[in-house]
Design a protein around this ligand. Structure first.
Ligand code: CP3
Length: 359
C-alpha cells in the first residue's frame, strides 16, 4: 500500500503514470447512486456505514481511479453541534439555527466525533476492508472557514456577507469559533486515519472569497494549528476553489498536496505553491461535457503543465457536476493513465538517451 501510485505522488516520488481520482466521484451523475438515493435519503445514506462503504467502493470499481474517497459530507460534523442540519432536494443543505452572535458560538455543543459521528469511522473501516489492497482511501473534513460559512449563512451563499460581517464585527467570537472548529476537526480527521484512511483532504471550498490579508488575519494561525495536529506520516491535501490569489497563504498554512482549481494554469499555480509541494488538479468539471477530442486536448494541456514533475495528482478543479455523462468520466481516467504513461516513457527515454555534445 505504501507504494500505491497515489501515495507516491503525494510524497513527490516518481510514478509510472499520473494518478487520478475525482472529487464527488460517487454522486448523482451515477445511475447506481441515483437508484440508491430513490430509496434512501441523503443523510440516512451518510449514516449507514454499510451503504456509505458500498457507494465508496462502487465508484472506484466503475471508474478505475487510483484512490477512493469515503462517502460522507463536510456538514455531518455540524449536525451534532445542535444547529439543525437538513438537506432539501431543492435548496441543498440548510442550517435551521445559524450563528448570529458570540453567544451563539458559546452555545454550540462540543462532543468528541467518536460519540457524535461514529458512523463515519465505521464506514471508513468497512470501505477499507472491501477496497482492493492497492487503492488508498481518502478521509476528509471541511476546513474551518468553509464550515463556519455554513454555520453563519445557514446554507450556501454567494457573497459570504454574513460570515464576513461576523468576522469583522466580533473578531473575538470569530476566533473562538475557529478554535472550536479546529478542536473538533482534529479528532475527526485523526479518527478517520486510525480507522483506515491512508490520506486526508481538507475542503476549504469557499475560502477563495477572502482577501490574502484577511486570510492571514482571520484564518492562517488556526490553519497552522490544524495542520500541525494531524497525525504525521499521512499525506494531507489542502483544497479550495477560486484561490488563485491565496495559493501562497494556503501553502504556508500547510498540506502535502495543494488543490488547484481551473481558474489558474497548473504550472503557474505550482510555481506559486512551490515545487517542494505536490499539487492536485485542475481540469474544469464542465470539460466532461465536451466532445471526446476536446476532452483529450484539455487533459493533454493539464499533463503538459505538470511537465512530468513528480507530485502531480490529476483531478478536477472541483466536484463532478450532476448530469455528467458517466462514459466521459471513465474515458477521462483512461486518458490520464494512458497519456501520462506515454509521457513518462518519453521522458525516461530522453533521460537515458546519450546526450549530444553541446546540447
Ligand atoms: O467526493 C466524494 O465522492 C465523496 C463524497 C462527498 C460529498 N460531499 C457527498 C455529497 C464529499 C467529499 C462532499 C464534500 C462537500 N459537501 C463539500 C466540499 C466539496 C465541494 O463540493 O466544495 C461541500 C461544500 C459540501 C456541502 C454540500 N453537500 C452541498 C453544498 C451539497 C448540495 C449540493 C450538491 O452537490 O448536491 C451537498 C450534498 C451532497 N454531498 C451530495 C453528495 C453526493 C448530493 C446529495 C444527493 O444525493 O442529493
Amino acid at each position: 500500500m505504501k507504494d500505491a501510485v497515489f501515495l507516491r505522488a503525494c510524497r513527490r516520488e516518481p510514478t509510472p503514470y499520473t494518478p487520478v481520482w475525482l472529487m464527488r466521484q460517487a454522486g448523482r451523475y451515477m445511475p447506481e447512486y441515483r437508484a440508491l438515493r430513490e430509496r434512501v435519503p441523503f443523510l440516512t445514506l451518510c449514516k449507514s456505514p454499510e451503504l456509505a462503504a458500498q457507494v465508496t467502493v462502487e465508484a472506484v470499481e466503475r471508474l478505475g481511479v487510483d484512490a477512493a474517497i469515503i462517502f460522507a459530507d463536510i456538514l455531518l460534523l455540524l449536525e451534532p453541534m445542535g444547529v439543525g442540519l437538513e438537506f432539501s432536494a431543492s435548496d441543498g443543505p440548510v442550517i435551521r439555527r445559524p450563528l448570529r452572535s458570540g453567544a451563539d458560538v458559546d452555545r454550540l455543543q462540543e462532543n468528541h466525533p467518536a460519540e457524535t459521528v461514529p458512523f463515519v469511522f465505521e464506514a471508513v473501516r468497512r470501505a477499507r476492508a472491501s477496497l482492493a489492497s492497492h487503492i488508498p482511501l481518502i478521509g476528509f473534513s471541511g476546513a474551518p472557514f468553509t464550515l463556519a460559512s455554513y454555520l453563519i449563512e445557514g446554507g450556501s451563499s454567494r457573497h459570504y456577507l454574513a460570515t464576513k460581517r461576523f468576522m469583522y464585527t466580533d473578531p473575538g467570537a470569530w476566533h473562538a469559533l475557529m478554535d472550536r472548529l479546529v478542536r473538533v476537526i482534529v479528532p475527526y480527521v485523526n479518527g478517520q486515519i486510525a480507522a483506515g484512511a491512508q490520506a486526508v483532504q481538507l475542503f476549504d471550498s469557499w475560502v477563495g472569497c477572502l482577501s490574502p490579508a484577511d486570510y492571514r488575519t482571520f484564518l492562517l494561525p488556526h490553519m497552522k494549528t490544524l495542520f500541525r495536529a494531524i497525525a504525521p506520516g499521512t499525506p494531507v491535501i489542502h483544497f479550495g476553489t477560486e484561490t488563485a490569489g491565496l495559493l501562497e497563504c494556503m501553502a504556508e498554512a500547510g498540506g502535502d498536496v495543494i488543490g488547484v482549481d481551473w481558474r489558474i494554469d497548473l504550472d503557474a499555480a505550482w510555481q506559486r505553491v512551490g515545487f517542494d509541494r505536490a499539487v492536485q488538479g485542475n481540469l474544469d468539471p464542465a470539460v466532461l461535457f465536451a466532445p471526446r477530442a476536446e476532452l483529450r486536448r484539455q487533459v493533454a494541456r493539464v499533463l503538459a503543465a505538470a511537465a512530468g514533475r513528480p507530485g502531480h495528482i490529476f483531478n478536477l478543479g472541483h466536484g463532478i457536476l450532476p448530469h455528467t455523462p458517466v462514459e466521459n468520466v471513465v474515458a477521462l481516467v483512461e486518458m490520464v493513465h494512458e497519456m501520462s504513461a506515454q509521457g513518462a516513457t518519453h521522458q525516461a527515454a530522453a533521460r537515458d538517451a546519450p546526450r549530444e555534445e553541446g546540447s
